[in-house]
Write a protein that binds this ligand. Structure first.
Ligand SMILES: Cc1cc2nc3c(=O)[nH]c(=O)nc-3n(C[C@H](O)[C@H](O)[C@H](O)COP(=O)(O)O)c2cc1C
Length: 387
């Protein structure tokens, strides 16, 4: 295990955060300016931890570009954490909410935003309390009087985490994704939208502005302070050329125990499963690992695969959000596929009939297979909801 973000005991006050080196990244960003932050971010090679692994520097630069004519800019921290089998953002917020807030403030200063929204599910009470208390300490210490931090509580739906749906929720709407990405059509935009619904506007908003909005995952933003404080070259000492840094992994399913821990990218999946999960029960073998509800399953023979974007892609599975649901050799593949398609049929937004009806059709057609007699197995009784 490599502790960069989950280092030491949980941080419960701003004083403790600063004692551990917190605040240096924020001071550097304020002193050195946006261009230096963007350069270090680019040098670090950081990729978004929300699932897609998109270059964080490229995303931040896309928000900055456009000059003064695009309206107000916003920063949104995506803490919906809806991916089945993932508990890393919540673990991080419980461990040190100041990392997220410092990273979000650096993002706001860099892209020129005056408002930061931290979006969490309503059910994440412990994390919401931690963020609210950390934000009020940062506010009292007057780190950034010109930047407002707001906590937004959203529904439990999987779709809440999709970034365009997240913006809808912040605007008081249902979590239904709109058409354009947040850098083209951000928060509180009042220009005509060819999407789900017109967004609400704030009284002083421009009527024709696109309001580019930066949406990053909690783990992505939490990695920013150390990168800005120590430089992108320092960050690249961890991980591989294409997948620098660490990742907070979650292991659940048919393992002896379930756990969360931070690993340098490039660590074999088998090591993570052994250390966090204690492996599978005696006499059992790993049959599949699911690294994301929309990812193909990784066969048990491939668990030596290093955890990097490139290796997991080559293995046909994808790294996702580093959440690994392990299935042992009692698992019926048809029942696993049925559970996944049920999840997608229920959670699909319904705005495109091919996806909603297609998932429902696949799920209905696989019922016959899952109802056939098979060896009793705890592994296959509730393969996804158990995660
Ligand atoms: C259906 C769906 C659900 C998603 N759920 C989450 C989520 O819970 N948390 C998250 O950070 N990203 C989620 N994403 C990805 C976000 O849309 C977005 O790409 C991400 O927040 C970008 O942050 P990053 O660049 O830091 O990875 C989801 C995407 C889809 C399509």
């Amino acid at each position: 295990m490599t502790a960069m973000l989950l280092d030491g005991a949980p941080v419960t006050s701003l004083v403790e955060h600063v004692e551990r080196g917190g605040g240096t990244g924020w001071q550097r960003a304020a002193h050195d300016g946006a261009e230096r932050v963007l350069d270090e971010l680019e040098r670090s090679g950081l990729r978004g931890r929300g699932g897609a692994g998109f270059s964080t520097a490229t995303k931040w630069r896309s928000i900055v570009s456009g000059g003064a004519d695009v309206g107000e800019r916003f920063v949104v921290a995506n803490g919906a954490e809806g991916e089945p089998g993932t508990f890393k953002d919540r673990a991080l917020l419980r461990h040190n909410p100041f990392l997220l807030l410092e990273g979000a403030l650096i993002a706001a200063r860099t892209v020129g935003a005056r408002r930061v929204f931290v979006a969490l599910k309503s059910s994440f009470q412990v994390e919401a309390d931690a963020v609210a208390s950390a934000a009020s300490e940062i506010d009292a210490a007057r780190w950034a009087p010109d930047i407002e931090i707001a906590l937004v509580r959203g529904p439990d739906e999987y779709l809440f985490g999709e970034e365009k749906a997240l913006l809808e929720v912040i605007e008081g709407e249902e979590p239904l994704p709109r058409l354009f990405p947040p850098y083209l059509y951000g928060l509180f935009t009042t220009s005509p939208q060819i999407g789900w619904s017109a967004g609400r506007s704030l009284p002083d908003d421009r009527r024709d502005a696109s309001n580019p909005t930066l949406v990053n995952n909690i783990e992505t933003l939490s990695a920013i302070p150390a990168i800005v404080a120590n430089g992108g070259g320092w960050y690249r000492r961890f991980g591989t050329a294409e997948s620098p840094g660490t990742m907070i992994c979650t292991v659940s399913g048919d393992t002896v125990r379930h756990g969360v821990g931070e690993y340098e990218l490039g660590t074999p999946l088998s090591t993570v499963i052994a250390e966090l999960g204690g492996g599978v029960a005696d006499g059992r073998a790993i049959k599949y690992v699911l690294s994301g509800i929309s990812n193909p399953v990784l066969p048990g023979e491939l668990t030596e695969t290093p955890l990097t974007y490139e290796h997991m892609d080559a293995a046909g599975a994808g790294l996702g959000t580093g959440g690994f649901i392990v299935y042992d050799d009692r698992t019926d593949p048809a029942e696993l596929a049925h559970a996944v398609s049920t999840f997608l049929a229920v959670e699909s937004c319904g705005q495109c009939s091919a996806c909603k009806l297609g998932c429902q059709h696949v799920t209905a057609s696989s019922v016959a297979s899952t109802e056939s007699p098979m060896e009793p197995s705890t592994a296959s009784s509730a393969p996804v909801s158990r995660a």
